[in-house]
Design a protein. Structure first.
Length: 463
């Protein structure tokens, strides 16, 4: 734990108001973990409102040489917002306003703790569209999405968060406020600091405002569900769809173990027939004529791969019901066992069948349950290694399988993380993918931004 003086506590109370500095044990514990559920209590929790207050808190912590960790929605899976070395958790939850929806310039300006789904609903009311849609969109926030460069089902067609961030306001670890980018789409003045901060996992600056590019809302969308006798058949359908030159807005693959977990968790069998080995959830969008043709091609591609059933949503209610199985997968896995190592590996989309074959070998070689689901369109598959609490031998085998999984993915020209980031949970595996020179360069960037190593220490790097 970090020693925090009464002088610093008093200074922080002056900056944000006494009610927004928390020292009680429940708060310190709650703000000390995220969705990874591997925590470390904070020494103090501070809730600033506005960039000036954030900068004031950062300057006070920097002067006292006390570490501080920015926190958004707390939905991360790699411990990115966990205060490993104690200090101050700087929660941005009060900064949750949509500041502007600029219809003429197709941009939105938001504070960091705007919930992703709330922004999507607000822009769609005026006929615009913010495509990035992580599965946690009803809880995750824009600042966290930017810090982790979140993706989601629509990334295949529309790209990830970084394709939509065109400007930022941020507070550096030394307290200066900087503005990067802006409302213009083209800007090549100086280094691209905006996109250096995107995906930096809260280690380089505290994001206080985000300028996002919007696109017109597609007028028509068609959602389909196709079921298969094997994962190989479903993977072949993905290949066929690409060969048919269709780029779906979403292309999700869910294996039989996940489907069974969802059925047990919800006590519902209608989402996929019992015994289904794999399911594809597909969505195409755009102009009506194009959508009709693309949906026809998608159906044909699935039938060629041996689809056992294809359903097409007839209205919004049916569309939401088809999506329900995907939204419920992650929480449903707890019916298998409460402990899971949730890995968001990614391979070139043409290697998705190879990845599933590799995971099958891991299941056999290490005698593990490994349900998989994810974004087959962009090769980002969530590989969940399930572990029984108290089974030390299974835990050992699971950790061995983790490393083999990461090594295998990199050998397939892939990456050990497509959207969850590194945090502290994957830090020791970073050298599998990056060379010593690449890691050293990143450390020099970190040193330039954060000379005293106070901002979110202990994250990303293997040491």
């Amino acid at each position: 734990m970090t020693s925090i003086s009464s002088t610093l506590v008093d200074a922080l109370r002056t900056i944000v108001g006494p009610a927004n500095v928390r020292t009680d044990a429940p708060s310190l514990e709650t703000y000390g973990s995220d969705a990874l559920k591997r925590g470390h209590a904070a020494d103090l929790v501070v809730l600033p409102d506005g960039t000036d207050q954030v900068a004031g808190v950062v300057r006070a912590c920097a002067a006292a040489r006390v570490p501080f960790v920015p926190r958004g929605g707390g939905t991360g899976y790699t411990g990115g917002a966990v205060p490993l070395r104690g200090g101050v958790v700087l929660s941005l939850e009060r900064m949750n306003r949509i500041l502007e929806i600029d219809e003429q310039n197709l941009v939105a300006v938001v504070e960091p703790n705007v919930i992703t789904a709330d922004l999507q609903a607000a822009v769609e009311k005026v006929g615009l569209f913010y495509p990035p849609d992580p599965a946690s969109l009803n809880q995750s926030v824009i600042g966290g999405n930017v810090a982790e460069c979140a993706g989601g089902p629509r990334a295949f067609k529309y790209g990830t968060t970084k394709q939509y961030v065109i400007g930022l306001e941020a507070v550096l670890p030394t307290g200066e406020i900087v503005e990067t980018g802006g409302k213009v789409v083209k800007n090549v003045v100086g280094y691209d600091v905006t996109h250096l901060l995107v995906g930096s996992e809260g280690t380089l600056a505290v994001i206080t405002k985000v300028i996002l590019r919007l696109v017109p809302k597609p007028p028509v969308q068609s959602t389909l569900r196709a079921t298969f006798r094997s994962v190989d058949d479903a993977a072949q359908a993905v290949t066929n769809i690409i060969r048919h030159r269709v780029v779906p807005a979403a292309l999700e693959l869910i294996d039989g173990d996940c489907l069974e977990a969802v059925a047990r968790h919800l006590n519902v069998r209608s989402l996929a027939k019992e015994g289904t080995a794999a399911l594809l959830l597909l969505e195409v969008d755009g102009l009506a004529e194009a959508v009709a043709e693309e949906a026809r091609r998608v159906e044909q591609a699935c039938l060629e791969a041996g689809a056992t059933e294809i359903l097409r949503a007839r209205d919004e209610a049916e569309r939401q019901e088809l999506w329900r199985v995907r939204r419920e997968v992650s929480p449903s896995l707890k019916v298998i066992t409460p402990i899971k190592f949730n890995h968001d590996v990614v391979v070139p989309k043409g290697r998705v069948p190879q990845l599933f074959a590799f995971v099958d070998r891991l299941k056999r070689d290490y005698r593990l349950r490994i349900p998989c689901f994810g974004h087959a369109g962009d090769g980002n598959i969530h590989v969940n290694i399930m572990v029984t609490p108290g089974d030390e031998d299974e835990m050992r085998r699971a950790h061995e399988a983790e490393r083999v999984l990461f090594e295998g993915v990199v050998s397939m020209e892939g990456s050990i993380s497509g959207e969850h980031g590194i945090g502290f949970a994957k830090a020791k595996y970073m050298p599998i993918e990056l060379s010593a020179d690449e890691i050293a360069l990143m450390k020099r960037l970190k040193q330039a931004f954060d000379p005293h190593g106070l901002l979110n220490p202990g994250k990303m790097f293997p040491d």
